[in-house]
Write a protein that binds this ligand. Structure first.
Ligand SMILES: [Fe+2]
Ligand SMILES: [Fe+2]
Length: 267
C-alpha cells in the first residue's frame, strides 16, 4: 500500500514497501520536489502503477509536473513513466544516452522531451541547480543520482537501500541498529560486484560522497535520512565488500516456500 510523507522541506516521498520472502521489507520510494517547476524523481514498480498514481495525486496534480529525473531504468523505478508522459505533454525526462536506449527496448521516450545529465553535469530548473552524482553503489551502470542546491538533498537511487524485518519506519533516523545489517544485506544483493572492489578505491569513492555534506539523503530504497546519518550510512556501505556474499535461494528453498504457501490457513 502506498503512502506519502514530507521527506525534506519542499520534498514529498511517495512510498511503499515490498515484502520479499525470507528477506524482509524493501522500501520503494519516489520523490516530488515542489517549486515553480515541480520535479518527480523516479516512479514505481510496473505492477503498482495505478496504486502509485493515486498516491502521487495526493501530493501534486501530475499535470503540474515539469520534470522527471529517472535515476535508472529498472522495473521498480519506471512503472508510471509512459502514463505520466502521455497525460502531461509538458513533462520532460532527465536521463542519459543509455537511459534512452534501455527505455527504447520497452517504452520508448520521445526524444524531443529528454534532457541528458551525466555525473558531474548540471541542469538549472527554476531556482535550483541539480548536479548529477554517481552513487558509490548501484545495480545498473546507467545510474545517475543528483544533488539539489535548493534543499542540499542528495538523491542516491538504489544506494543506501536496506531490507527491514518489519514495516520500515518513516525516517531512517528512527530505525534501530538492525537497519545496518539490512543495509549490508541489500548491498550484497543489489551491488554484488562490491565484493570485487579494491577497498582503498572504494574508501576514496565513499569520501567523495561524504564531502557533499548533504542535509538530506534520499534513497530509492531507504526511508528519508538526515544528513547527520550520512557517515553511518557510508560506514555501513563500507562493510559490504567483506560481507558474506548473498546465497541465492536454490530449488530446495523454492520447494520449501511453495510447500509453506500450500499449507491450509488456520480457521
Ligand atoms: Fe535498481
Ligand atoms: Fe531500485
Amino acid at each position: 500500500m502506498y503512502s506519502t510523507y514530507r521527506a525534506a522541506p519542499e520534498i514529498d516521498a511517495v512510498t511503499t514497501a515490498i515484502a520479499i520472502p525470507g528477506l524482509g521489507h524493501l522500501p520503494v520510494n519516489s520523490y516530488v520536489l515542489h517549486g515553480a517547476e515541480p520535479i518527480l524523481v523516479d516512479t514505481c514498480p510496473i505492477v503498482l502503477r495505478d496504486e502509485y498514481l493515486d498516491a502521487l495525486g495526493t501530493v501534486i496534480d501530475p499535470g503540474d509536473l515539469r520534470w522527471l529525473w529517472l535515476t535508472h531504468t529498472d522495473p521498480d523505478h519506471i512503472g508510471a513513466v509512459a502514463a505520466l508522459l502521455d497525460a502531461n505533454p509538458q513533462l520532460r525526462v532527465i536521463t542519459t544516452f543509455f537511459g534512452v536506449g534501455i527505455m527504447g527496448l520497452q517504452s520508448p521516450l520521445p526524444m524531443d522531451r529528454v534532457n541528458f545529465v551525466n555525473p558531474g553535469e548540471t541542469i538549472t530548473i527554476g531556482a535550483r541547480t541539480l548536479t548529477g552524482v554517481k552513487p558509490p553503489a548501484f545495480d545498473n551502470p546507467i545510474t545517475v543520482g543528483f544533488h539539489d542546491s535548493a534543499t542540499n538533498a542528495l538523491f542516491t537511487s538504489d544506494c543506501f537501500g536496506a531490507l527491514f524485518a518489519d514495516e520500515p519506519p518513516q525516517r531512517a533516523d528512527d530505525a534501530g541498529s538492525d537497519m545496518q545489517g539490512g543495509q549490508v544485506l541489500w548491498g550484497t544483493i543489489d551491488s554484488s560486484w562490491l565484493h570485487k572492489v579494491d577497498s582503498d578505491m572504494f574508501a576514496f569513492d565513499l569520501e567523495r560522497i561524504r564531502r557533499i555534506e548533504p542535509d538530506h539523503v534520499l534513497s530509492g530504497h531507504l526511508p528519508a535520512a538526515s544528513g547527520a546519518m550520512l557517515p553511518t550510512l557510508l560506514d555501513t556501505l563500507a562493510r559490504v565488500p567483506a560481507a558474506d556474499p548473498f546465497p541465492a535461494p536454490d530449488q530446495a528453498a523454492l520447494d520449501a516456500m511453495l510447500a509453506q504457501m500450500a499449507q491450509p490457513v488456520p480457521a
